[in-house]
Design a protein around this ligand. Structure first.
Ligand code: MRU
Length: 339
């Protein structure tokens, strides 16, 4: 069984969206069933479903739920009524552009519909989901082609089956690379949500891929030992000049990689590329609540800063791998080859 069968972060089941509650992993594999756009927006906000492509796919299914509900209320005015649902979904998280991309694609579909929207919108959402899996498999092969079997890989956060429609972006490359004989894979814990420790290592363990977990702060020392040749990460938004927003800590890894002669590969589908965003400075960076870092005993006397993402400048990135092709040494001009 491959990971797209084994690990399903989201699935459309009997007219509802079934989500694996990622906050409970690895201790418990618990699923919830979602019936409205409001519930899905809450699941995105509270990180039950997370990871840029998975957020986009969840939003697409949420539009199906919203359309069904609004059409049942009024077959005349459902298109006006659904605007509030689209707005609610668009406000669930700010950084991953796949959310806005999926809402736009579904919005274009809505504009063409006459009559009951359910079947047409569901087909579109299923297509978005399936296309993402196919893109991941293609990127897995493209990225793995750059790797040699004796090389060591390191990944950050979770960019696997859980964060996508299936197979994964960065972890898709890792999966394809392991099939080709790569044996050394490190994952960083990824504070504060611990996506590396709780999700990435769990996925790899389920796939029988042996990975070594490190604290975020051990990365430089590991690179110093010469154990890492590639840092391979996903992305939440890629600007037109190749700057990449990804999980907080990605920028530090890219700076460290430069110093130690380690290469950086970013793996993301075209739905993560934001052509309207000229550079990384324009990417909205989510700041999450300080309570995620602080012990309640400080009771307002100590503050914390909790950005969820950072931006790695294109000049620190060696490769951007998409399903449309690979951009080497990204910049404005090189990115145009993906257009
Ligand atoms: O806050 P999260 O868990 O949604 O952040 C996820 C990441 O930053 C991933 O690395 C990114 O979305 C790439 S997912 C394929």
């Amino acid at each position: 069984m491959d990971s797209t069968e084994q690990i399903k972060a989201l699935e459309w089941v009997e007219g509802k969206l079934k989500l694996l509650d990622q906050r409970k992993l690895p201790e418990r594999e618990e699923y919830g069933f979602f019936d409205s756009a409001e519930e899905v927006a809450d699941a995105i906000r509270t990180m039950q479903v997370r990871g840029a492509p998975a957020i986009g796919i969840a939003a697409a299914y949420a539009v199906v739920l919203a359309a069904r509900q609004q059409y049942e209320c009024s077959s005349e005015n459902w298109k006006e009524a659904i605007e509030a649902d689209l707005k609610l979904l668009s406000e669930s998280r700010p950084t991953a552009v796949n959310l806005f991309w999926a809402l736009e694609v579904m919005g274009e579909e809505i504009a063409q519909i006459d009559g009951n929207p359910y079947r047409q919108l569901l087909d579109k959402a299923l297509e978005i989901h399936n296309d993402d899996i196919q893109a991941n498999k293609a990127m897995g092969e493209f990225g793995a082609a750059y790797l040699q079997s004796e090389e060591g890989l390191m990944t950050h956060c979770n960019a696997g089956a859980l964060a996508t429609g299936g197979y994964g972006t960065a972890l898709g490359v890792v999966r394809s690379a392991v099939k080709k004989g790569i044996k050394t894979v490190y994952a960083s814990e990824t504070r504060p949500w611990m996506q590396g420790a709780r999700l990435t290592v769990w996925e790899l363990y389920k796939d029988d891929i042996s990975a070594t977990l490190i604290t975020d702060s051990a990365a430089s020392w590991l690179m110093k030992q010469g154990k890492i040749h590639w840092v391979i990460v996903g992305a939440d938004r890629i600007a037109a000049n190749g700057d990449v927003a990804n999980k907080i800590g990605t920028y530090s890894l890219a700076v460290l990689a430069k110093y130690h002669g380690v290469k950086v590969m970013v793996v993301a589908p075209m739905s993560t590329v934001d052509w309207d965003c000229p550079n990384g400075e324009m990417i909205p960076i989510e700041e999450r609540d300080q309570s995620e870092l602080l012990n309640p005993i400080y009771d307002g006397k100590v503050s914390a800063w909790n950005p969820s993402f950072d931006v790695t400048p294109a000049e620190l990135i060696d490769l951007i791998v998409t399903e449309r092709g690979v951009v080497e040494r990204p910049d404005n001009k090189a990115m145009q080859t993906l257009r």
